[in-house]
Write a protein that binds this ligand. Structure first.
Ligand SMILES: Nc1ncnc2c1ncn2[C@@H]1O[C@H](COP(=O)(O)OP(=O)(O)OP(=O)(O)O)[C@@H](O)[C@H]1O
Ligand SMILES: O=P(O)(O)OC[C@@]1(O)O[C@H](CO)[C@@H](O)[C@@H]1O
Length: 317
């Protein structure tokens, strides 16, 4: 893989992210907003934002609808992020993120998104194939719009493979389970997604590592499990490494996982070792968690923080 190749990110269900900050969230009560911001969101789009700031050759493709969809396109254009979003009927969703200052926790309330019918999804396949020309790596991330068959990511992974392109998959539920069957190169489940996939609670690092390792036998080369403030575990055929994040004041954890995915894509393109990969991804996620709204990390912020990530090899029994 060459650092100069193109990375294509797919966001089938983008969003306008509206992040609001409240002093102390009152469940079932009146909450007055102290401050707010609006960002173009959706997992693949966030990944593209980070990769563009790394000066990688990246295109964000996907589907968008109506006024909100145009807003996503305009915001990305303002940030000079190449984006090609197919037009659909309806409206792109607005996702609400509520940051509680007192607990430093973010609550996400995501709309389902526009309906994707069979004709739109066939049209997207054509759009996708056109964009596979000259691509080196594909990133599939985020939820599928209502109407999309759960095996759709698997279909895109197989199509990409026909064009010689490897995939990094960040999905959940059935889309993740069926995507795995198509053997992407890398997956990044968070701990909850991994537990759902395995159908069991994973309480120790040993259990997490064993679960992640069981997925490698399906042709996947790396599994990166993110665990919020508890850091992450990267498992490859050769080893398992745990990364512990440095202390931060989390301002909005929205996009932290996407920043990890971006750093993972970057590490693959740059042929970094598993240790370097664990360091880069952890620093990227942690820096983003310390920024407001869906604002993501930059390369210089990662370079400044990366030495603070603690790595430990997980000894498997
Ligand atoms: N509260 C926190 N303190 C320190 N680091 C954090 C915190 N939350 C997230 N991170 C960093 O970000 C990484 C990714 O977070 P997380 O596991 O929440 O991702 P995710 O669930 O995929 O998120 P999302 O889907 O919202 O992007 C973590 O591994 C960690 O490095
Ligand atoms: O509903 P999905 O597709 O699972 O997640 C969408 C989303 O929550 O993910 C991003 C953060 O990771 C946000 O920009 C966006 O609102």
């Amino acid at each position: 893989m060459s650092g100069r190749g193109k990375i294509v990110t797919v966001t089938l269900n983008p969003a306008i992210d509206k992040t609001v900050t409240v002093e102390s969230f009152q469940y079932g009560g009146l909450n007055r907003i102290k401050s707010g911001r609006t960002d173009a969101g959706g997992k693949g789009i966030n990944v593209a934002k980070v990769l563009a700031s790394f000066r990688m050759n990246v295109s964000a493709i996907g589907i968008a609808a109506g006024y909100q969809g145009q807003l996503v396109r305009d915001m990305l254009k303002d940030q000079s992020i190449p984006c090609y979003l197919l037009e659909a009927a309806g409206d792109t969703r607005v996702n609400l993120k509520v940051v509680d200052e007192s607990t430093q926790q973010t609550t996400e309330i995501n709309e389902p998104g526009f309906y994707a019918d069979g004709e739109l999804l066939e049209q997207f396949k054509e759009h996708f194939i056109t964009n596979m020309a000259g691509a080196s790596l594909l990133v599939l991330a985020g939820s599928l719009p209502p109407g999309t068959p759960p095996g759709y990511y698997g279909t895109l992974i197989n199509l990409a493979r026909k064009h010689g392109v490897d995939t990094l998959l960040d999905a959940d539920g059935e889309a993740l389970a069926l995507g795995i069957e198509a053997a992407p190169l890398v997956i990044k489940p968070n701990i909850h997604e991994l537990e759902v996939l395995m159908g069991q609670r994973l309480e120790s690092l040993q259990q997490i590592t064993r679960a992640a390792r069981s997925l490698l036998s399906r042709g996947i080369r790396y599994v990166l499990v993110s665990m919020g403030e508890n850091g992450s575990v990267l498992v490859s055929q050769e080893k398992a490494v745990r990364a512990s994040p440095f202390p931060i004041t989390p301002l909005s954890t929205v996009g932290a996982g996407d920043s990890m995915v971006a750093a993972l894509a970057y590490s693959i393109m740059m042929e970094k070792t598993a240790e370097e990969m664990a360091r880069w991804t952890s620093a990227a996620g942690t820096v983003t968690a310390s920024k407001p709204g869906t604002e993501v990390c930059t390369m210089s912020e990662i370079e400044e923080a990366i030495h603070k990530v603690e790595l430990t090899e997980i000894m498997e029994r």
